[in-house]
Every structure is written in structure tokens, then in C-alpha cells.
Write a new protein. Structure first.
Length: 509
């Protein structure tokens, strides 16, 4: 394999290594992205699991309360008598009896953070709110889908729901007296309770926001003061009780962090999917995990969100950027080295191929070209010719004008020759002031014409300082008896010697 082939292989190897590094960088970036997604899922799963545990605890407690204290003959009959009473005073007496009966229980429930115990007639009319006994008789149809469902299907229902006074997670049970459906009973916990439990049991800083349109649509006008607009996005509102301990107060966030939250809320609102936001809280890198809350009908109406430290992301990013930057640096260095290597070897190859002074082929390459033509001649009888050219009285030029002028003459004559030969021909510096021209597929007669053209062009050229310079040329054609290129070159050299003897500035064939 030739020198150029070795250089190309080395360059190909360097390019292969650079490509491999680039592939590793891409795979590293993909892996980093996947790891980030996994961490995001871990944040979301952690909050969701804790949230479901708290809901599960209260669901079990609500079932126990229902079975032990509500689904009893006395309570159900008291409720049924009031529901069936035809006059308002009778309803009021029965309502008071039921309220007095359940008040001790309700006071205990409040201690366990239950917020509501609410009875509804079978037509969805509010019968008794233990938390607001003076509020009754309002129609909950279109306001409380869970109540509608239970009274229609006569089956248990649970889920988050906005109410006319409070929002919360509700457990609604059908009530029967002698197999007759008389209405429903609800036990519920507020989001404030759930958030407080998340903090106490799982050490999570959690908050709650609800869509403003839901508050305006569902809550009594007189009760809407329980909510305030969220400063981050006025499409959402905060429960005042929860907001007193809000983890995202305005003074804790930068404008950039507020913009991030608002952007992600807008992006995820229609999809109603969990998401996280990386931001600074009190100038500390943090993560907000948003968990969408859907109401009983499956419509997204609210979020709970938790603040956490961003250590997993920080550690992942530090590892990624260290490796990534190291690979990028290695890649850049390799690219720079490859370019330098290519340029260096191109320069070296050019130096080995071309004569530094005249920029024609050096002796080694021109001899190789002649050898290649000689082999073609031996195998296929493709004739070729050589022209040996020597500058007349060149020693006098050096002695009279100096070697720098002599060098200018050499380079000028080389340039004239390069510009006046065919593309298929080659010219090289044979040594000193001697040049050799290779003419493939050219017989001696045509080579002589080419030599005469070169001689004439050189003799007509006005050289700086020196003026006129002439050359002598010897022409030889490849011949059958030649056993090597040296014999053909010697033949051309003899003709050149003859040209010198006959007075120079001529071509001899």
C-alpha cells in the first residue's frame, strides 16, 4: 500500500473515532433525557402514592362511620320522617332531632379532620348540613353530580367535588328504609385536611389550586370570599385556609419562576397530566410537582402541587455535563487534530511530490511516472517519448547575477513548460538546471514538435534581470531493445548533449 493509502487509512481511523465519540454523545444525551423523565415520574409517583394513601385512610374511616353511626334504624327513620313530612315545621323538627342526635359524632369527626356530614333528599335537595345547619333546602342538581349519581343509581360514590360552600373529597352513600330509597348521606374531608396530612405524615410541602370558573359556577356568592386569586395565574384560585401556609408565595419566587409555572400550566391544562417545574424557591433550586385533580365526572378542575429539593436532578445534571463536556472537548480536539493531520500530510505529500523551487514534479515522482509508462509500453506497446531539457549557460547566470536570480529563472522556465504541455504530459526537475518531460502515447516526431514549442516559448520570454534565456532539448522515443527507463533517458540525454555540442538553443531527435 502506498504512502497516500496509509494516510487515508489513518485519517479514516481518526474520523471513525470522532464519529464514535459523536454517537456516544448522542446516546449519552438520550440516556440523560430518559433519566430525567424517570426522575420526573418518581416525583409524580411519590406525590400520587402519598395522596392515594391519605384518601384511602379517609375512605376507610368514612365507611366505618357510615356503617356504625349513619346506617342505623334510628338515624335513617329520623331522616325519612323529615323527608316525608308535608309541612315545613315538621321537617324542621325532624331536622333538629337528626342534628342533635349526630352532633356529638360530628364534633368528634371534626377532631379527625372530617369537614362535612351532609344529608340530601332523593330529589337532590339539601336536607341537613351538619357544618351549616342553617343552610338547607337548596337544589344540588347540576352542582353536585355525586349526589345526583347516588340518588339516581342508588349506589355508593366517591371523588373530589366542588360544593356550594366547600370543596373536598366526598364519600356519598344511599339511604334506605324498609328497602325504600329515601335519600343519601355524605361524609367528606377538605383539601386542607388532605394537604395537612401529607405534610404531617410524609413531610411534604403541598398546596392546592382550583379553577376560578368552578368556584364562580358552584360556590354560593356569599362563600366565594373563602377563595382568592392565585398570583401566578388568575385562572386559578386558592383556598384561603390553605393559602395561609402557601409554599409558593409571591415573594419567594422570581419573575422567571412565575413565568415557568404559568407556561407549564397552560401547556398541560387540556391534557390534565401530571408535570413538574424546575425553579428556584427562596433562591434554592427546587422542583414543583403538579398532580391534576379531576372531579366526579372526570373533568380536570384543580391541582395539588408539592415542593421538593432538586437534588436528584442536580446530581444527574452534574454527572451528565461533566461527561458531556469531556466528550465534546475530546471530539473537538480530535477534529482539530484530524484537520491538522490532514493538512500536515498533504503538505508533506506535496513536498515529496513536487520540487519546492519550481513546483514541477520532483525526480522521484517523475521517474515513477516514466516507469509506469514503460510498463504499459512493454505490455501493450503504447509508445511514449521523453524530452530532456537543459538551460544553456545556467552557471554563468548564477555566477553573474547570483543564485537567487538563478532560482527565479528556474521557476519561470518550469512555469512556461507547465503552461505549454498537454494535460496528459508531465514535467519534472531531473536535477540542477535539467528538466524531463514525459509525453504518453507520443511518437518521436510529435515529441520533437512539442520540444520545439517549449524551446521557442522559453527563448521568446523576457526574464527579469537576465533578459533572454535559451534551452537545449534532446528527444527520445521508447524502443524495443530498452531494458529499463534508464536506457531511454540516456538516449534522450545523448541527444541533449548533441544539441549542446551543435551550439545550444535547439532540439535534437
Amino acid at each position: 500500500m502506498g504512502k497516500s493509502g496509509k494516510i487515508n487509512l489513518r485519517l479514516l481511523l481518526l474520523c471513525g473515532i470522532a464519529l464514535l465519540i459523536l454517537i456516544v454523545i448522542v446516546l449519552l444525551t438520550i440516556s440523560h433525557r430518559n433519566n430525567r423523565l424517570k426522575i420526573q415520574k418518581d416525583y409524580i409517583s411519590s406525590l400520587n402514592n402519598d395522596y392515594q394513601i391519605i384518601l384511602g385512610v379517609y375512605a376507610n374511616m368514612a365507611d366505618m362511620i357510615y356503617h356504625l353511626y349513619i346506617d342505623t334504624p334510628y338515624v335513617k327513620k329520623s331522616f325519612a320522617r323529615g323527608v316525608k313530612s308535608q309541612d315545613s315545621s315538621g321537617k324542621d323538627r325532624c331536622r333538629k332531632v337528626l342534628h342533635d342526635e349526630l352532633s356529638p359524632l360530628y364534633e368528634q369527626l371534626i377532631k379527625y379532620d372530617f369537614r362535612q356530614m351532609h344529608f340530601h333528599e332523593s330529589d337532590n335537595t339539601s336536607y341537613l348540613r351538619m357544618h351549616r345547619p342553617d343552610r338547607f333546602g337548596d337544589d344540588l342538581t347540576g352542582i353536585r353530580p355525586s349526589v345526583e349519581y347516588v340518588n339516581d343509581k342508588k349506589d355508593y360514590a366517591k371523588g373530589f367535588e366542588e360544593g356550594k360552600i366547600f370543596n373536598g373529597y366526598r364519600f356519598v352513600y344511599p339511604l334506605f328504609v324498609d328497602d325504600e330509597h329515601v335519600g343519601s348521606a355524605e361524609i367528606s374531608v377538605s383539601m386542607n385536611t388532605i394537604i395537612r396530612q401529607l405534610k404531617e405524615r410524609f413531610n411534604k410541602e403541598v398546596n392546592f389550586i382550583i379553577l376560578k370558573e368552578q368556584v364562580e359556577k358552584k360556590v354560593f356568592k356569599s362563600e366565594q370570599s373563602n377563595y382568592i386569586e392565585w398570583f401566578v395565574d388568575n385562572d386559578y384560585m386558592c383556598d384561603r385556609l390553605i393559602n395561609d401556609n402557601c409554599i409558593v408565595l409571591q415573594e419567594r419566587l422570581t419573575g422567571e419562576s412565575v413565568a415557568k409555572i404559568k407556561t407549564e400550566l397552560a401547556r398541560n391544562r387540556e391534557k390534565a397530566t401530571p408535570f413538574i417545574v424546575e425553579l428556584d424557591i427562596d433562591s434554592v433550586p427546587s422542583v414543583l410537582t403538579f398532580l391534576p385533580i379531576k372531579n366526579f365526572r372526570g373533568k380536570h378542575v384543580a391541582y395539588i402541587f408539592a415542593a421538593s429539593d432538586s437534588t436528584p436532578f442536580s446530581e444527574l445534571n452534574n454527572k451528565f455535563y461533566h461527561v458531556f463536556l469531556a466528550l465534546i472537548a475530546l471530539f473537538i480536539l480530535l477534529v482539530i487534530f484530524s484537520i491538522y493531520y490532514q493538512l500536515s500530510h498533504t503538505k508533506i505529500e506535496k513536498m515529496a511530490t513536487f520540487d519546492a523551487l519550481t513546483d514541477v514534479f520532483a525526480r522521484g515522482p517523475i521517474m515513477q511516472f516514466i516507469e509506469n509508462e514503460y510498463q504499459q509500453y512493454r505490455r501493450y506497446q503504447k509508445v511514449f517519448s521523453l524530452i530532456m531539457i537543459d538551460i544553456d549557460h545556467f552557471k554563468n547566470i548564477n555566477d553573474t547575477y547570483g543564485h537567487s536570480t538563478g532560482d527565479l529563472v528556474l521557476s519561470s522556465i518550469a512555469s512556461i513548460m507547465k503552461n505549454n504541455i498537454r494535460k496528459s504530459d508531465s514535467v519534472g526537475r531531473y536535477g540542477g538546471e535539467e528538466f524531463i518531460v514525459l509525453l504518453p502515447e507520443t511518437q518521436k516526431e510529435n515529441a520533437a514538435v512539442a520540444a520545439e514549442k517549449l524551446r521557442k516559448k522559453i527563448s521568446e520570454h523576457a526574464f527579469e534581470t537576465v533578459g533572454t534565456v535559451t534551452v537545449s532539448c534532446g528527444v527520445a522515443e521508447a524502443f524495443k531493445n530498452a531494458h529499463s527507463i534508464e536506457e531511454i533517458i540516456n538516449e534522450a540525454d545523448k541527444k541533449l548533449y548533441t544539441a549542446k555540442e551543435e551550439g545550444r538553443n535547439r532540439v535534437v531527435t
